[in-house]
Design a binder for this molecule. Sequence first.
Ligand SMILES: Cc1ncc(C[n+]2csc(CCOP(=O)(O)OP(=O)(O)O)c2C)c(N)n1
Ligand code: SF4
Length: 344
Amino acid sequence: MTDINPTTALTAKDFASNQEPKWCPGCGDHAVLQQIKSVLPELGVASENIAFVSGIGCSSRLPYYMATYGIHGIHGRALPMATGLKAARPDLSVWVATGDGDALSIGGNHFIHTLRRNPDLNIVLFNNEIYGLTKGQYSPTSKLGLRTVTSPAGVIDHPFNPASLAIGSGGTFFARAFDKDGKFLRSILLRAAQHRGTSLVEIYQNCPIFNNAAWDAFANADIKAENTIYLEQQKPLLFGKDQKKGIRLDGFKPIVVDLEKSGVSTADLWIHDETDINKASILARFADTDPDSEGALPRPIGVLYAEDRVTYEDALTEQVRDAQKNGAGTLAELLKGDNSYVIK
Ligand SMILES: Cc1ncc(C[n+]2csc(CCOP(=O)(O)OP(=O)(O)O)c2C)c(N)n1
Ligand code: SF4
C-alpha cells in the first residue's frame, strides 16, 4: 500500500498496455490479468508509480501487458529484484507475478526469505501445478502420481503446500482465490494490496494445455460448494450446498460435521480468525487432503492469515536515518571501522 495519489481517476483500460497477451486461448492467466487491471484504479496510485516484477514463465509475461513500469527478469529472481526496488523506492506500489515453478522451485530460497523480511510487496502466485512455458514438466506443487514429460511414471516428489510454506516462513498475509471466480479474486487482490507487508495470493490457475482441470474439484459449479469453504473473518466455518456442513475443532484436529445429522450447532463451530497463526497453520494444512478421499477437508478460499508487522523498507529507512544522525562520514572511515589494524 502506498500513499501516491493520481491527479485524475483511472480505469482498468488505463492499465492495459498495447501488447496482445501471448497466452494460449482458455489459459487462466487471461482472467487474472483482467482482475489485476480492474483492481488497480481502486488503489488511487498513478500508473507511473506502480511496478510489476516477474521472473520467467507464462505467468511471468504479465508485466508486458500492464501500462505500468515493469521488469521481466530472471527465472526465480523476481522477489529479490522486487525487494530491492521497494527498498530503494518505498513510495512505489510493487507487484510480483510468479508461477509455482518460478517462485517455489528455482526461486524457493528467495521465496522464504522474502516472506520473513516482509517488504511491502503484492505477490500473485499463479499456481497451475506445472511448468507451462517449457511445455509441461512437473513443478513443486504437482500432485503425487501426475504423469508429465519429466515424470513419465508419475510424480514421486511430495508437493509443497504454498500456504504452509508461507506461514512457516514468517509470511504476514496469505490468501487463496481462483482464476475462474473473477469477482472474488478481485476482492482478494484488493485486500492483498491494502496489506502493509508482503501479501501472497495463491491463485488456482488452469493451464488447459499441460495440466487441464487440475482445480476442477474446487472450481466447477456442481461440486465446488462441497469441496471449498469461503472464509469470512469472525464467521463460523460453514460450507456445502446449503451451508449445512461445518468445521469443528477437536483440540487441534479439524472435524467435518453435518449440522442436520450431528446435532452440532453453528455456535460450536470453528470461528475464523485470520490473525490467529495457530488456526491459520491448521487451515493451511486442509490443502493436504485430496477432495475425493474419505473425510476430506474442504479447501479454504479467502484470507487464511493476516498479521501486522514492520516492513523491511520501514526498518531499513529507520536504520539509515539513525546512522545519519552521526553526520555524513567518509568512505575511508567506513572501511577502516573500529576494528581494523595495519600489518607492519
Ligand atoms: C535459470 C533458468 N532455468 C530454467 C529455465 C527454464 N524455465 C523457464 S520458465 C520455467 C518454469 C515455468 O513454470 P512456472 O514458473 O510454474 O510458470 P508457468 O509457465 O507455469 O506460468 C523454466 C524451468 C530458465 N528460463 N532459466
Ligand atoms: S502453456 Fe498453459 S500456462 Fe502457459 S499460456 Fe498456455 S495454457 Fe497458459
